[in-house]
Design a protein. Structure first.
Length: 237
C-alpha cells in the first residue's frame, strides 16, 4: 500500500493512500473501539449555580482528558471547588487538574457569594458505548485525477470557484491541489477541457479531539480493528 503524507499537526493529519475503500471504512469505524479516558461519575456536594446538577455532570462528561492507561474498572478522582468573590466567576475545566486538555473549557458561571463543590471520577471506555469516549474522527474521499486539456486552460472561472483546487499560472488554469476541497461533478461538465477521473487513491483525514494525537487516532484504530479480527478468527477455528 502506497501512502503519502500531505499535512500533519497534533490535531489533524491528511494522507493520500492507495487503500481499499472497505478497509478504509473498517478503520474509520474502529476509532470508537479505542479505549479512552473520560469522566464517568460526578458527586456534587454544593451547586449554587443556575444549572441543574445533571447539566453540570453532563458538561463535565464532555471535558477532554489526557488519555491514561488504567487497570480494569479503576477510576481517577478529581476534585473541583470554586467560590465567587466578585460579581461573577467562570468555573472552568482546568480547575479539575492537569489531566484536562483544554483548561479554559467553560463549565458554568457563578454569581457573587455562590459556590460549587464536586468530585469527578474518570474511567476508561469506548466511543461505541458513549460519545464522550470518542477520541476523534476519520473520514475520506476519492482523490480526483484532474486533467486540463485544450480549451480547459482558458476556464479561468474555476480558479475563483475552487481556489483551493485550481490556480492561475500566467493566463492559464492549472491544478493547485487536487486533495483540497470538493468538486461538483455536474458543475464541471459545463467547462469543456476539464476531465476528472478516479482510481483507488483516497484522501484520508484524521482529526483528534485531544485525548491522543491525530497519528495515534489512526494507529490505535488499526490496532482495535486487528484485535477484533483476531477474535473472529479465533471463534471460527
Amino acid at each position: 500500500m502506497e501512502m503519502k503524507l500531505i499535512q500533519k499537526t497534533n490535531d489533524s493529519i491528511r494522507i493520500v493512500a492507495d487503500l481499499n475503500i472497505s478497509l478504509a471504512n473498517a478503520i474509520r469505524r474502529s476509532v470508537n473501539e479505542i479505549p479512552i479516558l473520560a469522566i464517568d461519575e460526578v458527586d456534587i456536594y454544593k451547586n449554587d449555580s443556575a444549572l441543574y446538577d445533571e447539566i453540570i455532570a453532563h458538561r463535565l462528561g464532555l471535558v477532554v482528558l489526557k488519555n491514561q492507561k488504567i487497570k480494569g474498572s479503576a477510576k481517577i478522582e478529581m476534585k473541583m471547588k470554586a467560590k465567587c468573590k466578585g460579581d461573577q466567576t467562570k468555573v472552568v475545566a482546568g480547575m479539575l487538574g492537569d489531566l484536562v486538555v483544554h483548561p479554559e473549557t467553560l463549565i458554568v458561571l457563578i454569581d457573587e457569594g455562590k459556590e460549587i463543590e464536586l468530585v469527578a471520577r474518570a474511567a476508561v471506555g469506548k466511543g461505541i458505548d458513549h460519545a464522550k469516549y470518542s477520541p476523534g474522527v476519520i473520514f475520506y474521499k476519492h482523490l480526483p485525477k484532474i486533467k486540463i486539456s485544450g480549451g480547459g486552460e482558458k476556464q479561468t472561472e474555476l480558479a475563483e470557484i475552487y481556489p483551493e483546487i485550481f490556480e492561475m499560472f500566467g493566463n492559464k488554469l492549472k491544478v493547485r491541489d487536487a486533495t483540497a476541497g470538493d468538486i461538483d461533478m455536474e458543475d464541471i461538465l459545463n467547462y469543456p477541457g476539464i476531465e476528472i477521473d478516479f482510481d483507488n487513491n483516497l484522501v484520508i483525514d484524521i482529526e483528534s479531539w485531544g485525548q491522543i494525537n491525530s497519528a495515534e487516532v489512526f494507529t490505535e484504530a488499526c490496532k482495535a480493528l486487528k484485535a477484533n479480527l483476531s477474535k473472529v478468527l479465533k471463534a471460527i477455528k
